[in-house]
Design a binder for this molecule. Sequence first.
Ligand SMILES: Cc1ncc(COP(=O)(O)O)c(C=O)c1O
Length: 392
Amino acid sequence: MVRLAIEGGEPVRDDPIPIARPSMTDEEIKAVAEVLRSGQLAQGPRVEEFERAFAEVAGTEHCVATSSGTTALHLAYEALGADVVLCPAFTFIATASAALHAGADVVFVDIDPETYCMDPEHLEDTLKALKPHLKDTTVVVAPVHLYGHPADMDAINEVAEDHDALVVEDAAQAHGATYKGNPVGSLGHAACFSFYPTKNITTGEGGAVTTDDRELADRIASLRSHGEIERYHHAEIGYNFRMTDIAAAIGLVQLERLDELNEARRRNARFYLKEMADLEPYISLPVEKPWAEHVYHQFTIRINTEELGVGRDEFAEALRAEGVECAVHYPIPLHKQPALARKGSANVSLPESERAAREVLSIPVHPGLTEEDLEDVVRAVEKVVTGLAERS
Ligand SMILES: Cc1ncc(COP(=O)(O)O)c(C=O)c1O
């Protein structure tokens, strides 16, 4: 019998392996010091430079940098005049809450169980059912490239077009991912990114909207800074959602490193996929669709609780005891969140989102992992699977 650490056995690791860790070099530190010495701390030349560089990565004409991914979404929804936003129920709350802040209603769509991204067929059914209520409204469809895997954008764009809806990608977790060879960020009317410290690249806090639509970019840029069109002339009521030059300086260095950082994530994922393949009846491993290049913001497994005879949370607790940090992205689908259920979504049934919320578990995949870390993660997952399976 395997003696699990949770039962007092020897853990695989004494020093826990973190689930996420920003990768910083002396270059980021130097770039920040330069900005601090310059006296120009708030939005300035570094932000402009970052916007030009990031537009190139996203494959768009324009990029507007913001204070966070949440404010990027808020500005994109508001500038498009969204009345209704359809987004997956299985995502971080900001995809939906930003829509509510922007004055739109939110409708939740179920996910594809393999990619965890918006299910185009359920989107179609939802839009058909809503049709009588959508007259003279601006509808935005907001697919999320969850965990770094692109959503099925051709299918989603086709459904959206059939229903005269606009598309805003939530690419907060997918910098550098591609769909049929095209970068995420360029696949809808606009796309939003986050540069939070756990993301594939970071600016500390920060975000961006990318788009080919000049007018839209201008409106977003103006809303970002109090609706200003020239100094102290305000065309509309806006916000302070600006990025600082300090953040942009970090981002410019991180952007140079994006390919290397994503390749490290992909390499780590390949190792897990190979080494954990025979655990498949008990856990399911992430998939990469033939049309996708996954950038593994998260490496998220499914705990097949029936096969294993224990729940996901028990599994997570046992894995943590072995010295491997893990996290649940996300334990409650949005239609069941207290903050959103009050808006009338609580009785909706979205079975794949609900099942994913019960079964998913993310394990460390960040670029800072050493070979020893990777081997220990595999050993710990194997040990927990074997130990729990023996007991069930
Ligand atoms: C899918 C998704 N959307 C939006 C956001 C919001 O980004 P931020 O935390 O930068 O506001 C995040 C990040 O946490 C996210 O993961």
